[in-house]
Design a protein around this ligand. Structure first.
Ligand code: ZN
Ligand code: FE
Length: 260
Protein backbone atom coordinates (compact mmCIF):
# COMPACT_ATOMS: atom_id res chain seq x y z
CA UNK A 1 0.00 0.00 0.00
CA UNK A 2 1.05 3.52 -0.70
CA UNK A 3 -0.87 6.39 0.92
CA UNK A 4 -0.97 9.91 -0.52
CA UNK A 5 -2.53 12.70 1.56
CA UNK A 6 -4.53 15.12 -0.60
CA UNK A 7 -5.25 18.47 1.10
CA UNK A 8 -8.92 19.48 0.89
CA UNK A 9 -10.66 22.76 1.85
CA UNK A 10 -8.84 24.60 4.68
CA UNK A 11 -7.46 21.75 6.78
CA UNK A 12 -9.02 18.46 5.63
CA UNK A 13 -7.20 15.48 4.17
CA UNK A 14 -8.45 13.04 1.58
CA UNK A 15 -6.14 10.05 1.13
CA UNK A 16 -5.34 8.05 -1.95
CA UNK A 17 -4.97 4.44 -0.83
CA UNK A 18 -2.95 2.89 -3.62
CA UNK A 19 -2.30 -0.72 -4.56
CA UNK A 20 0.96 -0.12 -6.44
CA UNK A 21 0.95 -3.62 -7.97
CA UNK A 22 -2.25 -2.84 -9.90
CA UNK A 23 -2.02 0.98 -10.18
CA UNK A 24 -5.47 1.14 -8.59
CA UNK A 25 -6.54 3.38 -5.72
CA UNK A 26 -9.39 4.11 -3.40
CA UNK A 27 -9.86 7.53 -1.88
CA UNK A 28 -10.82 8.20 1.73
CA UNK A 29 -13.14 11.21 2.27
CA UNK A 30 -13.66 13.45 -0.74
CA UNK A 31 -14.59 17.05 -0.03
CA UNK A 32 -13.36 18.37 -3.40
CA UNK A 33 -13.12 16.12 -6.46
CA UNK A 34 -10.63 18.30 -8.40
CA UNK A 35 -7.54 17.83 -6.20
CA UNK A 36 -8.31 14.10 -5.84
CA UNK A 37 -8.50 13.60 -9.63
CA UNK A 38 -5.32 15.62 -10.02
CA UNK A 39 -3.51 13.46 -7.43
CA UNK A 40 -4.75 10.25 -9.10
CA UNK A 41 -3.44 11.52 -12.45
CA UNK A 42 -0.10 12.52 -10.94
CA UNK A 43 0.34 9.06 -9.40
CA UNK A 44 -1.00 7.36 -12.52
CA UNK A 45 -3.68 5.32 -10.73
CA UNK A 46 -7.27 4.40 -11.57
CA UNK A 47 -9.79 5.27 -8.86
CA UNK A 48 -12.17 2.41 -8.07
CA UNK A 49 -13.49 3.24 -4.61
CA UNK A 50 -14.55 6.06 -2.31
CA UNK A 51 -14.28 5.25 1.40
CA UNK A 52 -16.45 7.71 3.31
CA UNK A 53 -15.85 7.84 7.07
CA UNK A 54 -18.93 9.91 7.93
CA UNK A 55 -21.60 12.16 6.46
CA UNK A 56 -20.19 15.63 7.18
CA UNK A 57 -19.86 17.84 4.09
CA UNK A 58 -16.09 18.24 4.50
CA UNK A 59 -15.79 14.44 4.05
CA UNK A 60 -18.39 13.62 1.38
CA UNK A 61 -19.24 16.83 -0.51
CA UNK A 62 -17.09 15.71 -3.46
CA UNK A 63 -18.53 12.19 -3.81
CA UNK A 64 -21.06 12.98 -6.55
CA UNK A 65 -18.80 15.21 -8.62
CA UNK A 66 -15.98 12.66 -8.44
CA UNK A 67 -18.38 9.91 -9.57
CA UNK A 68 -19.50 12.15 -12.45
CA UNK A 69 -15.89 12.36 -13.69
CA UNK A 70 -15.27 8.59 -13.67
CA UNK A 71 -16.75 5.77 -15.81
CA UNK A 72 -20.24 4.90 -14.63
CA UNK A 73 -20.33 1.89 -12.32
CA UNK A 74 -16.54 1.72 -12.00
CA UNK A 75 -16.40 3.12 -8.46
CA UNK A 76 -17.67 1.54 -5.25
CA UNK A 77 -18.72 3.94 -2.49
CA UNK A 78 -18.30 2.59 1.04
CA UNK A 79 -19.93 3.91 4.19
CA UNK A 80 -21.66 2.75 7.35
CA UNK A 81 -24.79 0.69 6.65
CA UNK A 82 -26.80 2.46 9.35
CA UNK A 83 -26.03 5.87 7.83
CA UNK A 84 -26.44 4.98 4.14
CA UNK A 85 -29.04 7.71 3.54
CA UNK A 86 -26.47 10.38 4.44
CA UNK A 87 -23.54 9.05 2.34
CA UNK A 88 -23.89 10.41 -1.22
CA UNK A 89 -23.57 7.72 -3.90
CA UNK A 90 -23.15 4.81 -1.48
CA UNK A 91 -23.04 1.39 -3.19
CA UNK A 92 -21.43 -0.79 -0.50
CA UNK A 93 -22.91 -0.27 2.96
CA UNK A 94 -20.62 -1.85 5.57
CA UNK A 95 -21.27 -3.12 9.09
CA UNK A 96 -18.80 -3.25 11.95
CA UNK A 97 -16.07 -5.79 11.22
CA UNK A 98 -17.08 -6.31 7.60
CA UNK A 99 -14.18 -6.96 5.23
CA UNK A 100 -13.75 -5.71 1.69
CA UNK A 101 -11.16 -5.76 -1.06
CA UNK A 102 -9.70 -2.70 -2.67
CA UNK A 103 -7.77 -4.09 -5.63
CA UNK A 104 -5.19 -6.31 -3.88
CA UNK A 105 -5.62 -4.65 -0.49
CA UNK A 106 -7.79 -6.17 2.21
CA UNK A 107 -9.65 -3.72 4.44
CA UNK A 108 -12.04 -3.93 7.34
CA UNK A 109 -14.70 -1.52 8.57
CA UNK A 110 -14.60 -0.51 12.23
CA UNK A 111 -17.72 1.13 13.64
CA UNK A 112 -16.57 4.01 15.84
CA UNK A 113 -19.57 6.27 16.56
CA UNK A 114 -19.78 9.48 18.67
CA UNK A 115 -18.61 12.34 16.40
CA UNK A 116 -21.53 11.15 14.28
CA UNK A 117 -23.76 8.16 14.95
CA UNK A 118 -22.61 6.47 11.72
CA UNK A 119 -18.82 6.90 11.76
CA UNK A 120 -16.47 4.25 10.33
CA UNK A 121 -12.72 3.76 10.37
CA UNK A 122 -11.10 1.79 7.54
CA UNK A 123 -8.43 -0.59 8.81
CA UNK A 124 -5.89 -2.36 6.62
CA UNK A 125 -4.30 -4.88 8.95
CA UNK A 126 -1.66 -6.29 6.61
CA UNK A 127 -0.58 -2.75 5.70
CA UNK A 128 -0.67 -1.57 9.31
CA UNK A 129 -2.79 1.47 8.47
CA UNK A 130 -6.07 2.90 9.73
CA UNK A 131 -8.10 5.86 8.45
CA UNK A 132 -9.91 7.39 11.39
CA UNK A 133 -11.86 10.36 9.94
CA UNK A 134 -12.98 12.74 12.69
CA UNK A 135 -12.89 10.22 15.54
CA UNK A 136 -9.18 9.93 16.39
CA UNK A 137 -7.07 12.93 15.43
CA UNK A 138 -3.34 13.20 15.99
CA UNK A 139 -3.34 14.54 19.55
CA UNK A 140 -7.09 14.84 19.82
CA UNK A 141 -10.56 13.61 18.90
CA UNK A 142 -13.65 14.88 17.10
CA UNK A 143 -16.37 16.89 18.73
CA UNK A 144 -19.37 15.07 20.17
CA UNK A 145 -22.07 15.98 17.65
CA UNK A 146 -24.22 12.85 17.72
CA UNK A 147 -22.83 10.78 20.59
CA UNK A 148 -21.62 11.21 24.16
CA UNK A 149 -18.30 11.06 25.98
CA UNK A 150 -18.65 7.41 26.98
CA UNK A 151 -19.27 6.45 23.36
CA UNK A 152 -16.32 8.48 22.05
CA UNK A 153 -14.05 7.05 24.74
CA UNK A 154 -15.08 3.52 23.72
CA UNK A 155 -14.54 4.28 20.02
CA UNK A 156 -11.07 5.69 20.70
CA UNK A 157 -10.20 2.68 22.85
CA UNK A 158 -11.25 0.36 20.03
CA UNK A 159 -8.75 2.14 17.78
CA UNK A 160 -6.10 2.22 20.52
CA UNK A 161 -6.35 -1.57 20.77
CA UNK A 162 -4.83 -1.89 17.28
CA UNK A 163 -1.12 -2.77 17.17
CA UNK A 164 1.20 0.01 18.38
CA UNK A 165 2.91 0.37 15.01
CA UNK A 166 -0.35 0.95 13.11
CA UNK A 167 -0.15 4.17 11.07
CA UNK A 168 -3.06 6.53 11.81
CA UNK A 169 -4.36 8.78 9.03
CA UNK A 170 -6.94 11.26 10.35
CA UNK A 171 -9.38 13.64 8.71
CA UNK A 172 -7.92 17.03 9.62
CA UNK A 173 -4.60 18.81 10.13
CA UNK A 174 -5.39 19.90 13.69
CA UNK A 175 -2.29 18.43 15.28
CA UNK A 176 -0.43 21.54 16.42
CA UNK A 177 -3.45 23.01 18.19
CA UNK A 178 -4.36 19.64 19.66
CA UNK A 179 -0.89 19.19 21.13
CA UNK A 180 -0.83 22.76 22.46
CA UNK A 181 -3.98 21.87 24.42
CA UNK A 182 -2.50 18.52 25.50
CA UNK A 183 0.57 20.30 26.89
CA UNK A 184 -1.62 22.46 29.15
CA UNK A 185 -2.81 19.23 30.82
CA UNK A 186 0.46 17.28 30.87
CA UNK A 187 3.31 19.81 30.90
CA UNK A 188 5.66 17.14 32.28
CA UNK A 189 4.91 14.50 29.64
CA UNK A 190 8.35 14.25 27.99
CA UNK A 191 7.05 12.22 25.05
CA UNK A 192 4.49 14.96 24.39
CA UNK A 193 7.23 17.60 24.38
CA UNK A 194 9.27 15.57 21.93
CA UNK A 195 6.24 15.01 19.70
CA UNK A 196 5.42 18.74 19.65
CA UNK A 197 8.92 19.55 18.42
CA UNK A 198 8.60 16.93 15.70
CA UNK A 199 5.19 18.22 14.58
CA UNK A 200 6.26 21.88 14.69
CA UNK A 201 9.22 21.02 12.43
CA UNK A 202 6.99 19.13 9.98
CA UNK A 203 4.46 21.98 9.75
CA UNK A 204 7.21 24.61 9.45
CA UNK A 205 8.57 22.76 6.43
CA UNK A 206 5.13 22.53 4.82
CA UNK A 207 4.66 18.81 5.48
CA UNK A 208 1.60 17.06 6.91
CA UNK A 209 1.81 15.86 10.53
CA UNK A 210 0.14 12.60 9.44
CA UNK A 211 0.48 9.73 9.77
CA UNK A 212 0.83 9.35 13.48
CA UNK A 213 0.88 5.90 15.15
CA UNK A 214 -1.19 4.18 17.81
CA UNK A 215 1.91 4.13 20.06
CA UNK A 216 2.42 7.91 19.73
CA UNK A 217 -1.28 8.56 20.39
CA UNK A 218 -1.30 6.43 23.53
CA UNK A 219 1.61 8.51 24.85
CA UNK A 220 0.46 11.98 23.76
CA UNK A 221 -3.29 12.13 23.04
CA UNK A 222 -5.16 13.51 26.09
CA UNK A 223 -8.28 11.62 25.03
CA UNK A 224 -6.43 8.34 25.52
CA UNK A 225 -4.94 9.47 28.82
CA UNK A 226 -7.93 9.86 31.14
CA UNK A 227 -6.03 7.74 33.69
CA UNK A 228 -2.83 9.84 33.67
CA UNK A 229 -2.43 11.29 37.19
CA UNK A 230 -1.01 14.55 35.83
CA UNK A 231 -3.86 14.95 33.35
CA UNK A 232 -6.50 14.08 35.96
CA UNK A 233 -5.05 16.66 38.38
CA UNK A 234 -4.92 19.34 35.66
CA UNK A 235 -8.54 18.76 34.63
CA UNK A 236 -9.70 18.62 38.25
CA UNK A 237 -7.99 21.97 38.88
CA UNK A 238 -10.22 23.52 36.19
CA UNK A 239 -13.49 21.70 36.86
CA UNK A 240 -14.93 22.09 40.34
CA UNK A 241 -16.11 18.87 41.98
CA UNK A 242 -14.67 16.54 39.34
CA UNK A 243 -13.69 13.08 40.60
CA UNK A 244 -11.35 10.59 38.95
CA UNK A 245 -13.91 8.51 37.07
CA UNK A 246 -12.29 8.05 33.64
CA UNK A 247 -15.48 8.77 31.66
CA UNK A 248 -16.10 11.95 33.65
CA UNK A 249 -12.48 13.02 33.23
CA UNK A 250 -12.78 12.31 29.51
CA UNK A 251 -16.01 14.33 29.25
CA UNK A 252 -14.46 17.25 31.13
CA UNK A 253 -11.36 17.11 28.92
CA UNK A 254 -13.58 17.25 25.82
CA UNK A 255 -15.50 20.22 27.24
CA UNK A 256 -12.25 22.08 28.04
CA UNK A 257 -11.01 21.45 24.52
CA UNK A 258 -14.27 22.76 23.02
CA UNK A 259 -13.43 26.21 24.34
CA UNK A 260 -9.62 26.07 24.13
ZN1 ZN B 1 -16.83 15.59 10.85
FE1 FE C 1 -14.39 16.98 9.47
Amino acid sequence: MKVVPVPQLADNYAYLVIDPARAVAGVVDVAEAGPVLEAARRHDVTLTAILSTHHHFDHVAGNESLLDELPKGSVEVYGYSGDAERIPGITRPLDDGEEFELAGLRGRAMFIPAHTRGHLAYYFEADKSVFTGDTMFAGGCGRLFEGDAAQMKASLEKLAALPDDTLVYCGHEYTQGNLRFAATLEPNNAELGRRREEVDALIASGKPSVPTTIAIEKQTNPFLRSASPELVASVQAQVAGLGADPVEVFAATRTLKDSF
